[in-house]
Write a protein that binds this ligand. Structure first.
Ligand SMILES: NC(=O)c1ccc[n+]([C@@H]2O[C@H](COP(=O)([O-])OP(=O)(O)OC[C@H]3O[C@@H](n4cnc5c(N)ncnc54)[C@H](OP(=O)(O)O)[C@@H]3O)[C@@H](O)[C@H]2O)c1
Length: 342
């Protein structure tokens, strides 16, 4: 599997998401999937304290006890869990949550510690200083953010830079062929500031696998069963324009003799600035289907065909800058000195 650089790490271009491990994916199957992923060249695993209220981290622990040095291990903090209780990003809670994750995972150090989402109840500086403290204490090696709007991430990165605090080296946004809003602000910011991008939901929760058809939605699929407030809720995901993306991916998959899901992942892997999509297979067979994605190279015409049906929203000022001033869709930033972490 191909590799790339992320902050201080060399990571595989697919990251294995552990959200379902110890839940919809039984623990023994989950550990066999991590084995298979690593045997195929993967070395990057993403979990969170909130997944299964600690069950995902606990499921990984016996595997990590044998193979800690074989993976770059990422977890997250922010949402409510029973240990340490409470929720949010106050300095005390961040320190307690980090200790709890270290305990559950059975490791001395977390490689990438990510803020799962912003917490407007806590001053940003307090959160960033606490995260810096964890790096200085050797509890975590690097920091990441997830689900931050671009203005807040830019503010955080600039604050870390100004204060000399440990920087965010990555952003974990939702990003796929059927959710491309990240292209408007987040991706240009991450490219300019040198942050890696780890797309979550790269298959739109399974929509981009060919399993969902206009006339046949699988009764047990994540999209079919998602409550209305989830991103993958059927009325948001199973739309005509998104089905046209699946049509394009199916056509291209047939041409290459690959699974549809690999085409969706290969498209993401070809977007400048994308480090590693986080795949979330529920079963070993689903994992097997996805593993070859990093060596599938799409032609420009194929990328264009996939991109056409469900573009990101056309918003101001981007539209005005493009149509009236002739600037590119996504303006880039010229700088005299690089912002950390590049
Ligand atoms: N930062 C965040 O807020 C956030 C949010 C969500 C996820 N994540 C991370 O990102 C990871 C992936 O997210 P995700 O689960 O939403 O990703 P995804 O890849 O878009 O969706 C995974 C779902 O796709 C289906 N699937 C996967 N491989 C398949 C295959 N080969 N054939 C058919 N169906 C297949 C399965 O659905 P069925 O179960 O219906 O079969 C699976 O549950 C998670 O594990 C987690 O680490 C982060």
């Amino acid at each position: 599997m191909r590799r790339t650089t992320l902050g201080p790490f060399e990571v595989s271009r697919l990251c294995l998401g552990a959200m379902l491990m110890g839940g919809a994916t039984p623990a023994d199957q989950a550990r066999a999937m991590v084995d298979r992923f690593v045997d195929s060249g993967g070395n990057f695993v993403d979990t969170a304290d909130v997944y299964g209220d600690g069950a995902s981290e606990r499921t990984l622990a016996p595997w990590l006890a044998r193979h800690r040095d074989r993976v770059v291990l990422a977890t997250k903090v922010r949402f409510g869990v029973s240990d340490p209780g409470g929720e949010g990003l106050s300095p005390e809670r961040i320190r307690a949550a980090c200790e709890a994750s270290l305990r559950r995972l059975g490791v001395d150090t977390i490689d990438l510690y990510q803020v799962h989402a912003p917490d407007p109840a806590v001053p940003l500086e307090d959160t960033l200083a606490a995260l810096d403290g964890l790096v200085r204490a050797g509890k975590v090696r690097a920091l990441g953010a997830s689900n931050f709007p671009a203005w807040l991430l830019a503010w955080a990165v600039a604050t870390q830079d100004r204060e000399g605090w440990a920087p965010f080296v990555s952003l974990q946004p939702q990003y796929s062929l059927v959710e491309r809003t990240a292209e408007l602000e987040l991706l240009p910011l991450c490219r300019a500031a040198g942050l890696g991008v780890l797309p979550w939901g790269p298959l739109g929760a399974g929509f981009l696998t060919g399993r969902y058809r206009r006339d046949r939605m699988p009764a047990d699929g994540r999209v079919s069963t998602a409550p209305g407030d989830l991103e993958e809720a059927a009325d948001r995901r199973a739309t005509e324009r998104n089905f046209r993306v699946v049509d394009a991916a199916t056509e291209i998959a047939e041409r290459h003799g690959r699974p549809v899901a690999q085409v969706a992942l290969a498209w993401l892997l070809g977007v400048p600035g994308v480090t590693a999509p986080i795949i979330g297979p529920r079963t070993p067979a689903q994992l097997e289907d996805l593993l070859g994605a990093t060596d599938l190279d799409l032609e420009d015409a194929e990328r264009a065909r996939l991109s056409e049906p469900a573009p990101p929203p056309d918003v101001s000022p981007h539209r005005m800058l493009r149509d009236q001033i002739g600037l590119p869709d996504v303006p880039t930033l010229r700088r005299h000195r690089p912002t950390t972490p590049t």
